[in-house]
Design a protein around this ligand. Structure first.
Ligand SMILES: Cc1cc2nc3c(=O)[nH]c(=O)nc-3n(C[C@H](O)[C@H](O)[C@H](O)COP(=O)(O)OP(=O)(O)OC[C@H]3O[C@@H](n4cnc5c(N)ncnc54)[C@H](O)[C@@H]3O)c2cc1C
Ligand SMILES: *[C@@H]1O[C@H](CO)[C@@H](O)[C@H](O)[C@H]1NC(C)=O
Ligand SMILES: *[C@@H]1O[C@H](CO)[C@@H](O)[C@H](O)[C@H]1NC(C)=O
Ligand SMILES: *[C@@H]1O[C@H](CO)[C@@H](O)[C@H](O)[C@H]1NC(C)=O
Ligand SMILES: *[C@@H]1O[C@H](CO)[C@@H](O)[C@H](O)[C@H]1NC(C)=O
Ligand SMILES: *[C@@H]1O[C@H](CO)[C@@H](O)[C@H](O)[C@H]1NC(C)=O
Ligand SMILES: *[C@@H]1O[C@H](CO)[C@@H](O)[C@H](O)[C@H]1NC(C)=O
Ligand SMILES: *[C@@H]1O[C@H](CO)[C@@H](O)[C@H](O)[C@H]1NC(C)=O
Ligand SMILES: *[C@@H]1O[C@H](CO)[C@@H](O)[C@H](O)[C@H]1NC(C)=O
Ligand SMILES: *[C@@H]1O[C@H](CO)[C@@H](O)[C@H](O)[C@H]1NC(C)=O
Ligand SMILES: *[C@@H]1O[C@H](CO)[C@@H](O)[C@H](O)[C@H]1NC(C)=O
Length: 618
């Protein structure tokens, strides 16, 4: 990319623009004056801008970097107040009409290298036999919620109570956050409208939030019965749990997903949906990659930045925030922007030729992700997802059904339940390692159970279990390889570096095989596709290192800590330590990974974060 000179857009002919639009849109006179005073052109149509020259100006009250899970929430909530003007800068492309992002079944199409991806690769992972592997991050409106697995899991109450403990802010406890989970969640009937009694607990859900969550919209009755029968045959190890999102996840419960009406519900389709994007005080600019924060000024040891530099079409621009800059670029994007702005460990930045502005050695450190492995079995049942993948006629039938009514097998991708389980209290690993789980009601292991093989098989019927190691003790990092803000960063999720993580992954595989030992599976399963149970420990470890992948749940790279802590990047109010007017609201601030997939946790961080901003400015 060639970088031309910095330039700021002049607010062009604001008066004419506002008068014209206000007239056309029939705005009240009062609004017209308000917009004139704000120096903003209102627009009566949905406003997602593709080109910076279409923006009326680059001065706003708030500039939000990144329109992923968190950024979209913050943009939505701040613009509830018509007095606030908000600009969202998103590097990626539009999600509009992207069929792979709409049809739940097409999820897999989005995870490979494609135009909706940052296409990141990790550093060689010592814990993975030195493999460098893809690290998925979405490059599109909605961020990773536009291409993630849609699995909706909050984690344990203990997970959030630990956040409250380590930050000394009771506002981060489960009880305090529950209203924010409810602001986020819009519990929705499943696509097939089946009777959902006995499959969830309505008391722990909300129907008045913004992002749709539902039970599966198509059934796999034979397989589902296998799983439910297991909870009866092995009630000690795998008890039925009516609702794992109650704060007490242990046991086996029905899958809940961020799907509504048979379609993916992302932060783009929900928080930036038609109802909200028309707000005249909300401007979203695509293809705008932020490189750094500009113009640092230090007064009494506190740094304030003058603007946000971003690139579009080979030119650099500067957006200004009179109230706050909010970084919501995610666990990779956010530390990268901070480091490029001179906010990070002083020595490492100086070595790269970046002037240190704020010495915060925790930026990019403590990266935490959960390793996942897969086990599959061939089965004595034709009722699995495989025929749809193997037979074009069936595929087209399912596609036609989805096209016609947003129902049928394309409304999910085969996972029916989740089993959450703990290591035994007397497990030998605890001789040497303090239990990293947040408490005794917090799982170490998740087993996602579903029908269907890998998709590579030409024939046959399969079931697959994905085991996620939820409570890793390994840590990685996000660092820079150069002082060019457009170079990809060095991404080290630090997977499976510790004995505990390897031990627990091994144990997660044993638990998956144990589940299938329930008598009900006897005539159902035929054989494992790879027999992991008869391997020596060394062979199993090698299998794990060769085959594990990151769950793509990275957190903690700009972690929140207590106000007086000697480490951390943001205070419990999410303001950057040592800075003013700069907040971070995304998964990077999460101080300990929840025992869960991370979108619900990120949404709740964003809902509370937006409230903290509103409290500050109103
Ligand atoms: C493949 C995959 C599957 C997943 N499956 C699940 C799941 O099933 N359930 C679940 O709960 N969680 C899942 N997750 C995790 C979940 O989606 C993330 O934890 C969540 O989206 C994090 O939200 P965020 O706002 O922090 O970041 P993101 O959602 O990643 O949003 C960050 C946004 O910032 C933009 N951005 C980054 N850098 C810049 C820059 N320099 N300038 C401008 N814009 C920038 C990005 O393009 C992106 O749109 C999955 C993640 C992946 C990748
Ligand atoms: C917006 O500003 C006006 C004028 O200052 C004030 O009366 C009103 O309460 C504000 N609205 C909100 C939602 O803060
Ligand atoms: C990711 O790779 C695809 C395919 O090679 C490419 O088209 C796309 O532009 C890349 N994404 C980014 C952000 O560079
Ligand atoms: C992985 O790389 C490290 C450092 O380069 C090396 O010491 C180690 O032997 C390698 N491990 C394997 C399994 O190749
Ligand atoms: C990483 O997090 C731990 C708390 O879990 C903290 O003690 C440590 O200081 C952090 N390290 C950095 C570099 O921030
Ligand atoms: C594919 O499915 C159709 C419809 O059920 C069936 O008629 C056809 O025989 C199947 N094809 C193969 C190769 O199994
Ligand atoms: C379904 O709709 C999509 C997009 O409109 C189209 O590409 C596809 O061919 C349709 N498929 C079927 C089987 O109707
Ligand atoms: C605990 O650590 C000791 C000393 O390093 C080691 O000998 C032992 O095998 C470890 N126990 C387990 C269960 O890993
Ligand atoms: C498949 O299931 C049927 C009964 O449903 C049983 O008779 C048969 O033995 C099973 N086959 C295998 C390979 O388990
Ligand atoms: C493990 O089981 C598989 C069949 O599932 C077999 O091929 C393999 O030889 C067995 N390995 C050992 C070490 O017994
Ligand atoms: C693991 O990967 C290495 C390097 O690719 C290979 O030599 C080895 O056979 C693999 N082991 C297993 C158990 O797959």
């Amino acid at each position: 990319m060639t970088i031309r000179s910095d330039r700021s857009l002049e607010p062009f002919n604001v008066y004419i623009a506002v008068v014209g639009l206000a007239w056309a849109c029939n705005y009240a006179q009062k609004m017209l004056i308000a917009w004139l005073l704000l120096g903003l052109a209102g627009d009566c149509f949905a406003k997602i801008y593709e080109d910076v020259s279409e923006l009326p100006g680059l001065d706003y009250d708030f500039v939000i970097v990144g329109a992923g899970a968190a950024g979209s929430v913050v943009a939505n909530r701040l613009t509830e107040n018509p007095n606030f003007s908000v600009l969202v800068l998103e590097a990626g492309v539009s999600n509009e009409g992207v069929i792979d992002s709409i049809v739940p079944f097409f999820l897999e199409n989005l995870i490979a290298q494609n135009i909706y991806e940052w296409n990141y690769t990790t550093t060689p992972q010592v814990g993975l036999n030195n493999r460098s592997i893809p690290y998925s991050r979405a490059y599109m409106l909605g961020g990773c919620t536009s291409h993630n697995g849609m699995i909706y899991t909050r984690g344990s109450a203990e997970d959030y109570n630990r956040w409250a403990d380590v930050t000394s802010d009771p506002g981060w406890s489960w009880d305090s956050l529950l209203p924010y989970f409810f602001k986020n969640e819009k519990w929705t009937p499943p696509a097939d409208n089946h009777d959902t009694r006995g499959e969830f607990n309505p008391a722990v859900h909300s129907t008045h939030g913004i992002n749709s969550v539902s039970l599966s919209g198509s059934r796999w009755p034979i397989f589902e019965n296998q799983v439910i029968q297991t909870t009866r045959e092995f009630p000690e190890e795998f008890p039925f749990n009516l609702d794992y999102n109650s704060g007490e996840p242990l046991g086996v419960g029905w899958l809940q997903s961020t799907i509504g009406g048979g379609k993916r519900s992302s932060s783009a389709t929900s928080y930036l949906g038609p109802k909200f994007i028309q707000r005249p005080n909300l401007h979203v600019l695509l293809h705008a990659q932020v490189s750094r924060l500009l113009g640092p000024q230090t007064t009494k040891g506190v740094v304030t930045f003058g603007g946000v530099e971003f690139s579009q079409g080979g030119s650099l621009f500067t957006a200004k925030a009179t109230k706050e800059i909010i970084l919501s670029a995610g666990s990779i994007g956010t530390p990268v922007i901070l480091l490029n702005s001179g906010v990070g460990g002083k020595n490492a930045l100086t070595a790269l030729g970046i002037t240190s502005v704020l010495d915060l050695p925790s930026v990019g450190q403590n990266a935490t992700d959960q390793p996942a492995t897969i086990a599959a079995w061939s089965v004595n049942s034709t009722q699995t997802l495989d025929p749809i993948k193997q037979n074009a006629t069936l595929f087209n039938e399912a596609y036609a059904q989805w096209n016609a009514s947003h129902t049928g097998p394309f409304t999910n991708f085969g996972i029916t339940h989740i089993a959450w389980t703990r290591l035994n209290a007397n497990s030998p690993i605890f001789e040497n390692v303090t239990d990293p789980a947040a408490g005794p009601k917090t799982p170490h292991i998740e087993i996602l159970v579903g029908t269907g093989g890998s998709g590579a098989e030409q024939t046959g019927n399969f079931i697959s279990f994905t085991m996620v190691m939820l409570t890793p003790t390994s840590r990685g990092s996000i660092t820079l390889q150069s002082n060019n803000p457009f170079d990809p960063p060095l991404i080290d999720p630090g997977l499976l570096v510790t004995d505990f993580d390897l031990f627990t992954t091994r144990e997660s595989i044993k638990r998956a095989y144990r589940l299938i030992e329930a008598p009900v599976w006897k005539d159902y399963t035929i054989a494992p596709t790879v027999n992991l149970l008869n391997m020596s420990t060394d062979a199993l470890d090698e299998f794990i290192r060769n085959n594990s992948s990151p769950a793509a749940h990275m957190v903690s790279t700009a972690a929140m800590s207590a106000k007086d802590a000697s480490y951390g990047v943001v205070n419990p109010d999410l303001l950057v330590k040592g800075a003013s007017g700069l907040r971070i609201i995304d998964a990077s601030i999460i101080p300990f990974i929840p025992s869960a997939h991370t979108q619900a946790a990120t949404y709740v961080v964003a809902e509370r974060g937006a409230d903290l901003i509103k409290q500050r400015w109103t």
